[in-house]
Design a protein around this ligand. Structure first.
Ligand SMILES: [Zn+2]
Length: 140
C-alpha cells in the first residue's frame, strides 16, 4: 500500500481524501481482501494515480470472484469510474496515469467481459460503452 499521503487524489483540505486515506490505513500490512475493496469502491475518485496502480491488481480479480457476484456494487462503481462525463475526463486520465499500457489493455478486457456478462451487459450498457470509448481514447 502506498504511504498515507500518496493515496490521496487531492493534496489538502478534502474530506473525501481524508476519509479514504484514513480508512485504508487501518488495513496497512494486511493482505488486500474484500474489506479493502469495499473501502476503495466508495471513494475511487479520491484515490491517487499511485493508489489506482496499487489497487487495480487486487480490485479486478475481486470483481471476477464469486463473492463479487453477490454484492455487485464494487464492479458497478468501478465501471462508473471508468466512464467519466466529459468535464471529468481529464481528471480521470490523471488518476489512471500511473498504469502501464498493459494495465489499460487489461481494463479494456475487463469492461469487455462486463459487456458480455448476463447481468452487467443489460444493467448498465451505456456506461460500459462510455468506459470502452474512454479507455480506447486513452490508448490512442
Ligand atoms: Zn479529494
Amino acid at each position: 500500500m502506498p504511504g498515507k499521503s500518496d493515496l490521496r487524489f487531492h493534496r489538502d483540505s478534502c474530506f473525501h481524501c481524508d476519509y479514504l486515506a484514513r480508512d485504508l490505513d487501518i488495513f496497512r500490512g494486511e493482505p488486500v481482501g474484500a474489506a479493502v475493496i469495499w473501502v476503495l469502491h466508495r471513494e475511487l475518485s479520491s484515490l491517487s494515480a499511485k493508489g489506482w496502480a496499487w489497487a487495480l491488481p487486487h480490485y479486478l480479480p475481486f470483481c471476477l470472484s464469486p463473492e463479487a457476484q453477490d454484492k455487485r456494487t464494487e464492479t458497478e462503481f468501478l465501471l462508473y469510474s471508468l466512464a467519466p462525463v466529459e468535464k471529468f475526463e481529464a481528471e480521470t486520465r490523471v488518476r489512471l496515469s500511473a498504469l502501464s499500457r498493459q494495465q489499460v489493455a487489461c481494463l479494456v478486457h475487463f469492461v469487455e467481459w462486463c459487456k458480455a456478462h448476463p447481468h452487467w451487459g443489460s444493467y448498465c450498457p451505456s456506461e460500459i460503452e462510455d468506459a470502452l470509448n474512454f479507455l480506447k481514447r486513452m490508448q490512442a
